[in-house]
Design a protein around this ligand. Structure first.
Ligand SMILES: Nc1ncnc2c1ncn2[C@@H]1O[C@H](COP(=O)(O)OP(=O)(O)OP(=O)(O)O)[C@@H](O)[C@H]1O
Length: 266
């Protein structure tokens, strides 16, 4: 699949508001401050990367941004709709692939995608057509009749992505979409997402692959310890070096030793 048109037409914009606007976002778990005073604006039509070290607050931020986790403070708007005041409208605008949220895995892959489509109020015929398209695009045709509980990690990721896409959302929020996915499927997913953005959609993707984010995303935000460290176009943020080098510079934490002596066999 190359230079593909968007598989699913993205509804035309009805607002000039950014795809996502976050202001003053905070979240603590007990004494642990996971997200601290975070401001972030994701322009409509962008392919936005969110990067940060383990425990930086990416999943917490994306969960709050998509109506899955209530913030302690701050506002979040998706295309001008306040996520926590008008959650139903906001959720209709967004497709979410979450890290670690359980799927209804006693359904087959086909049933799971169909369920998500029906949940969004789509008619059965459209849901069936789109489900078939998505299963084909994600190389899951043969697995469509198998229970999701029996899927591999990569297949589970792909069926969750299909479920997030079936209602043709205006904004797609993907937490670690390429984790466990084989290189061919990853390339197919990248083409699918690029086509989706060309068709007017917005993608936010969190990833630990700096190389992938640098190649794929036109904007990037770096977060560390729950705070925004840098944000802008990918070229602005990497400022002449590679995103990986810039990331290490911003985040720190590189160890200069080769580990304890007992790890060295000779
Ligand atoms: N439900 C929770 N209860 C307690 N602490 C939590 C909870 N969820 C997240 N945290 C803490 O909040 C911080 C941010 O976690 P988060 O999962 O958002 O990081 P992340 O950037 O997605 O990390 P990773 O790249 O490792 O997935 C971490 O210190 C984590 O331990």
């Amino acid at each position: 699949m190359t230079e593909a048109d968007p598989v699913i037409p993205v509804p035309p914009p009805t607002t000039s508001a950014p795809a996502l606007r976050i202001a003053g976002l905070r979240k603590s778990f007990g004494d642990k401050i996971a997200v601290e005073n975070l401001d972030l604006t994701v322009p409509s039509g962008s392919f936005y990367g969110l990067v940060g070290p383990n425990g930086a607050g990416k999943t917490t931020t994306l969960s709050m941004a998509t109506g899955l986790l209530r913030p302690d403070a701050g506002t979040i708007e998706i295309l001008g709709t306040d996520v926590w005041r008008d959650t139903v409208t906001a959720k209709s605008l967004v497709g979410v692939l979450s890290d670690g949220v359980a799927l209804f895995d006693r359904l087959t892959g086909e049933q799971l995608v169909t369920y998500h489509g029906l949940l969004h109020g789509m008619d059965r015929e459209t849901v069936a057509q789109r489900t078939a398209d998505l299963l084909e695009l994600l190389d899951l045709q043969e697995a469509g009749g198998i229970l999701v509980v029996d899927y591999s990690a990569g297949m589970t990721k792909k069926i969750a992505l299909a479920s997030a896409l079936v209602h043709a959302p205006r904004l797609l929020v993907l937490d670690e979409p390429f984790e466990s996915v084989d290189p061919v499927s990853a390339a197919n997913i990248r083409d699918l997402l690029a086509g989706y953005v060309r068709g007017g959609g917005t993608v936010i993707v969190s990833s630990h692959s700096m190389d992938l984010v640098q190649r794929m995303c036109d904007h990037v935000a770096v977060i560390g310890s729950g705070r925004l460290l840098a944000a802008g176009t990918t070229d602005e943020v990497r400022a002449g070096s590679t995103l990986e080098d810039r990331f290490v510079e911003l985040v720190g934490g590189r160890h200069t030793t080769e580990g304890p002596a007992w790890l060295h066999t000779s």
